[in-house]
Write a protein that binds this ligand. Structure first.
Ligand code: ADP
Length: 385
């Protein structure tokens, strides 16, 4: 709607008729004060404002409107008997929606300017509406994101507290079962059940440790205790331990891993164990593993090969993601899908990489690389670090 402000009823009548004949709805005010009241109450697309009026004149009204957030963007066409300077009109009015027409009014010129400013107003309004919608959308997304972050933090906190709390009773349980096992006679029939209980306790222990580690990774709390050590010695001891636990598997070790590595020995042992126990878990029929180590361009590369179920090519990229488990055959085996995620994080934090080569039915080779400190010579290999 267009508001016509003029103290002369004759002028109001002429303008109103002209505009309404051209399909512009109008409202009128006989002075500055009445116009101000109406503008504050209703919404107008344009104001046609007579400059010279008794009481509050056109410029005063425009200045008041320019200072109010709700009205500062309404375009104004000033009507004046004299040819006024534009810079005088624009004083205090910065919306850009401003023009003037001199009296006596040329109807064509007035209509042209009304159409231009009306369009400007419509465009501004559409733009504002769009901005408001976007603002609301952004606010909605931000609050949803914040809620999700809070929920995820609470979940991580819960997991972290719960696994900590589970660890303590489990440790005592393991100690008591170990005491019980030692107190039993070698040929005691109960011993077999006690041993099985210990195996299950160890499994539960490593599950809880994995959950705790993944929660530590999420919170940036996975800490490393790095020192310089002989990787070959660590690999040898870890393989021996696995051989004892899985005596029916043949494990062939080749290559040379006798290099000094600056890293967290316990965490790197965890990676070797994880790669090897995965190789064992996912190759139930062919009980054979191969571990090969080489050094290349300042990096030690360790490969753990099995001859088990393998992994289709399209799943290779995802295998190191948190909670990812290959669909199909692999799901017959128990697991949470976080072991490789943790291994990958440990290796990354040692500036190395993890990758794999695998084909369904033919087996998999999982690799990790680590920067070496120094390659050891024959004499150094015997020094226990
Ligand atoms: P989990 O074994 O507990 O499921 P991991 O993070 O160790 O979790 O492994 C992720 C997934 O990668 C496994 O669920 C399995 O689908 C696949 N995978 C890992 N190692 C092997 C392997 N040696 N042979 C075949 N599939 C494997």
């Amino acid at each position: 709607m267009i508001l016509i402000v003029d103290d002369s009823p004759g002028n109001i009548f002429t303008l109103k008729t002209l505009l309404e004949l051209n399909d512009f709805p109008t409202d009128t005010a006989r002075g500055g004060e009445e116009a101000l009241r109406k503008v504050l109450k209703n919404s107008y697309a344009l104001i046609i404002l007579d400059v010279q009026m008794p009481g509050m004149d056109g410029f005063e009204l425009a200045e008041i409107l320019s200072g109010n957030n709700a009205t500062k963007d309404i375009p104004i066409i000033f009507l004046s008997a004299i040819n006024i300077e534009k810079k005088y009109i624009t004083k205090g009015y910065s919306s850009g929606g401003i023009d003037y027409v001199t009296k006596p009014i040329d109807p064509d010129i007035l209509l042209l300017r009304v159409k231009t400013l009306y369009r400007l107003y419509e465009q501004n309004r559409a733009l504002n509406e769009m901005q408001n919608i976007l603002k609301k959308e952004i606010e909605f997304r931000e609050s949803a994101q914040q809620e999700a972050q809070v929920a995820s933090r609470l979940k991580e906190e819960f997991i972290s507290i719960a696994s900590h709390e589970l660890k303590t009773p489990l440790a005592s349980m393991k100690a008591y079962v170990q005491l019980l096992e030692r107190s039993l006679d070698k040929n005691d029939k109960v011993k077999i059940y006690v041993d099985r209980t210990l195996v299950q306790i160890n499994k539960l222990n490593s599950l809880i440790a994995d959950i705790l580690d993944s929660s530590r990774i999420e919170n940036g709390m996975l800490k490393f205790n790095k020192s310089l050590f002989n990787f070959g010695k660590l690999l040898k001891e870890t393989v021996e331990m696995i051989c004892q636990t899985y005596p029916d598997y043949s494990i062939k070790v080749s290559g040379d891993s006798n290099v000094l590595v600056f890293g967290d020995e316990l965490r790197l042992e965890q990676v070797i164990i994880n790669f090897m126990t995965n190789a064992i878990k996912y190759s139930p029929d062919i009980k054979k593993l191969e571990i090969h180590s080489t050094t290349e361009n300042g990096f030690l590369i360790v490969a753990v090969r099995d001859f088990g179920i393998g992994i289709p090519k399209e799943n290779h990229a995802e295998v190191f993601s948190k909670f990812y488990r290959v669909e199909g055959a692999a799901q017959r085996f128990p697991g949470l899908g976080i072991g490789l995620y943790i291994c990958c994080e440990i290796i990354h934090r040692h500036n190395g990489k993890c990758w794999l080569e695998s084909e369904p039915g033919k087996g998999s080779t999982f690799f990790f690389s680590l920067p070496t400190a120094i390659h050891m010579n024959e004499n150094q290999k015997n020094i226990s670090l």
